[in-house]
Design a protein around this ligand. Sequence first.
Ligand code: SF4
Length: 285
Amino acid sequence: MWSKRSGISKDGSVKHLIELTDHLCVEAVWIPQENGVNLCISCQVGCPNKCRHCATGTVGFERDLSDLEIIGEVGLLLAEHGDGKGPVRVLFMGMGEPFLNYENVISAVAGMVEKGLIGSAQDAIVSTSGIASGIQRLATEKIRPRLAVTIAAVPDEKRVRLIPTTKFFPLADIMSACRHFQTMTQEEIICEIPLIDSFNSSVDDAHAIADFLSSLTCEIQIVPFNHFPPSAFRRPDPNGLSIFTATLKSRGMKVAVKPSYGTDIAAGCGQLANTDASSPSTVRQ
Ligand code: SF4
């Protein structure tokens, strides 16, 4: 595997293009924090899901990464940048749907713990677009990363316009799987809302999401949309974001707005698309 820096953000994040042994590429991002570092990594070359809020969905799907390749991404980033003198957190929020590469993702998390790259499995977060069968299965794992689920919009008729797999895993199935996960694990679930102006950002949208999530112990993480070409979606303005957030809080929901790191180098949430897939490479593992 080879890696080269393909962008350095003004916020300190560094995007890497990682070339695999068969010359296919994925992207990964090193994101320094006040306390430690977040590593946003990929688990598939491209993604078959084609979510409309995500640039990865535009590049097509090539293949799954093996567990060793996933561990290798983490190893490359840490070898080049270090751990920020604090805890390392691994986010499966780069390219690919983790639960469509389930065995390799779980095996990679176990391998990272074994090699001491992360302190425990709970230092990894697996973010799914809502593959309900994967959520059910994760509940049975002994070595288990934290679970994040992209809810995005309610009801199904709206959500499917953003996340096509809603046709196979409707919100009722996702909720049923999340309840099962919580019964089995007693763990809080992160529910992500990619927020898009004039699509899912109204007060009514916030109430629909609050109604849907009211029975779950969760933290809602709002991710304001990060632009990528040729998407016509727009990020909500600060006032709209504030009203949406306040509406959820008024309903008693635990809410955070996720900071946008690396958007100036197309390394933010939903922006990874191998936009700099040119050689030469610089770091080898
Ligand atoms: S949001 Fe995740 S599941 Fe959807 S296309 Fe992007 S990488 Fe794939």
